[in-house]
Ligand binder design. Structure first.
Ligand code: B12
Ligand code: SF4
Length: 510
């Protein structure tokens, strides 16, 4: 081809709710770093004109959580350009069925599609054979990408351009060095589709620990890889140039990022010398308070909230899932250290460990309310996520697991529990929100916050408002305004019939 355009659509799919509707929001809460990472890579390929000076690569990023994916229109744009590619990005297991339905509509028009993300990577990493759902997309002529795209994207785009995409790109054993890698970034118009003005980036990948419910270690590896302080400064400056100054740092455990100190020192320097005032959210582990200066520097850098993988307060549950690094007797000290620094603590708590019962869960929640100074508690059901050791073990042993991947969202019971049936487990999950977010406990949290000098009381109130609503069970996801799009039970048919918009806003709170 001499002269022309190559149109790349990066689509981060949503998933279906229990009634078969695509879950969408007028504005979503948190941007997908997966989308930012892949966008950064394709944007770079476009900027350096990898197909030569005459061919322009145009790239569009779409997060289906806040944008209706109009497959007809996208297909038309690719046809008008004469060439292009659909990338389904950061596809988790719970988003895989939706991805297949999107992919099918493009394959029907003979448009090339590649799917990447944790479902493909997790299954290819852990299972001895391709599961049926993945085989189905291969049979549709969709290409699969497993592993990380840094260092791989140009080749993949070239293959797509030359119409010789391979069925599988398995790059799981070529994990890239992140030092100096292309930075994740999203255009500001994507960030404006959210309730908050946060964007996201990862300062590192991989984790040294071995939790059996975790997929990360089997996809991104146990050897941690890091961006440098220079890389992080580049990310901050590139975003600031488009008016975006707040960041969710998506590392699963920033405390184990070997470069944590130089990265924080750089952010502090930018804050104190160049007038950058980023608000930051980090994910950390329960031992981070032992690292000298860590909490203090995180706070000085501008952190308003941390997400902590508390997981459980029963030693046997933690031992059973190989989360040996969580020391329950240190939780209080760790939480107080964050409180003294004015940082909101949001802790993840997993329900459904083998020894859990409805009574033991209720008792544990009461203990947490009474003894642990946590601000926000977020509940998840223990789920055999494809890519985890738990899933592999159950798959190999032929244990019954839900075949509907939509349900692997940590809110549905996807496997049997030794003493609770799946309906009971889901009820326990729903009840947990009501047990924790009682009127009196929410009052305690607000009173505690008002004497704690939190850096962002506003964020705490916003978070409490979102999570408090969950106890009513009216809404499954605590995010902004829900858009019910009319593709409904049969998204493919509705999309093909061009009925995808206008959206009907159903707004239960505002
Ligand atoms: C930040 C985060 C979120 C954020 C943002 C989502 C996002 N994708 O960025 C939020 C809070 C929204 C979120 C929510 C959930 N998350 Co989450 N999340 C993460 C986390 C911690 C980091 C994501 C990230 O930035 N990774 C780094 C990027 C760069 O890696 P990546 O996504 O794999 O993308 C690379 C490659 O896969 C590849 N690639 C990806 N797509 C494509 C496409 C093409 C065409 C190509 C060529 C390459 C390619 O290239 C990318 C760059 O190298 C991961 C764990 C992790 N370490 O990844 C969990 C993780 C992805 N989340 C997970 C889950 C289960 C959820 C929830 C269901 C949990 C819940 N109930 O809250 C929800 C789902 C809702 C939703 N809308 O996504 C699981 C998924 C496991 C699985 N088998 O599906 C993970 C792996 C954590 C875990 N528990 O194991 N999450
Ligand atoms: S759950 Fe967290 S601490 Fe455990 S292995 Fe996974 S990333 Fe590491």
């Amino acid at each position: 081809m001499s002269g022309g355009r190559f149109k790349v659509f990066l689509i981060k799919p949503s998933r279906y709710d229990d009634d078969g509707y695509v879950i969408q929001w007028r504005r979503s809460l948190i941007p997908a770093n997966s989308l930012a990472s892949v966008y950064g890579l394709v944007r770079h390929s476009a900027d350096v004109r990898i197909f030569g000076p005459d061919i322009e690569i145009e790239v569009v990023a779409i997060d289906e959580c806040n944008t209706v994916v109009n497959c007809q229109r996208i297909a038309r744009q690719i046809e008008e350009a004469g060439a292009g590619l659909i990338c389904l990005v950061g596809v988790q297991s719970n988003q895989f069925p939706r991805s297949v339905d999107i992919a099918r509509q493009f394959r029907d028009k003979n448009i090339a599609v590649v799917i990447g993300g944790f479902h493909v990577s997790g299954c290819l990493s852990m299972l001895p054979a391709l599961p049926e759902d993945i085989q189905e997309v291969l049979d549709m002529g969709v290409s699969l990408f497993a592993g990380e795209a840094e260092g791989q994207m140009e080749n993949l785009l070239r293959d797509a351009f030359e119409r010789k995409l391979r069925p599988i790109y398995n790059c799981l054993h070529e994990l890239p060095n992140l030092d100096g890698a292309q930075i994740p970034i999203l255009p500001a118009e994507n960030i404006r589709r959210q309730v908050t003005d946060f964007t996201s980036f990862d300062a590192g990948r991989g984790c040294p620990f071995q939790c059996s419910f975790c997929t990360i270690i089997n996809v991104q590896g146990r050897k941690s890889r890091y961006r440098t302080a220079d890389d992080v400064e580049e990310i901050i400056r590139a975003n600031a140039a488009q008016g975006v100054t707040n960041f969710f740092v998506t590392d699963d455990n920033f405390a184990r990022n070997r470069n944590w100190e130089s990265i924080l020192d750089r952010i502090i320097w930018l804050r104190e010398n160049e007038g950058f005032k980023p608000s930051l959210i980090f994910q950390v582990d329960t031992l981070c308070h032992r690292i000298p200066g860590f909490i203090e520097k995180v706070a000085r850098a501008g952190c308003i909230s941390v997400f902590i993988g508390l997981e459980n307060i029963n030693p046997e549950s933690l031992m059973g899932s190989k989360k040996r690094q969580n020391k329950i007797w240190e939780y209080r000290e760790m939480l107080l250290a964050w409180r003294h620094s004015g940082v909101i603590t949001c802790a993840g708590y997993i329900l459904g460990f083998p020894t859990d019962t409805p009574a033991s869960i209720a008792r544990d929640i009461e203990t947490i309310q009474r003894e642990l100074p946590i601000d926000i508690l977020e509940f998840f059901l223990l789920t055999p996520l494809p890519g985890s050791e738990d899933h592999k073990r159950m798959y190999m042993a032929g244990v019954s697991m839900d075949s509907d991947m939509n349900r692997y969202d940590l809110e549905h019971a996807c496997a049997d529990h030794p003493t609770m049936d799946r309906a009971t487990l889901e009820k326990v999950y729903r009840d947990a929100w009501s047990l924790y977010y009682t009127d009196s406990h929410v009052e305690t949290l607000i009173r505690r916050a008002s004497v704690s000098n939190l850096r962002s009381q506003r964020k705490l109130i916003d978070d409490l408002t979102l999570f408090f609503r969950r106890r009513s069970h009216r809404e499954r996801s605590p995010v902004a305004i829900r858009v019910v799009s009319p593709q409904g039970q049969n998204p493919a048919a509705a999309c093909n019939a061009g009925r995808q918009s206008p959206c009907i806003l159903s707004c239960p709170i505002w």
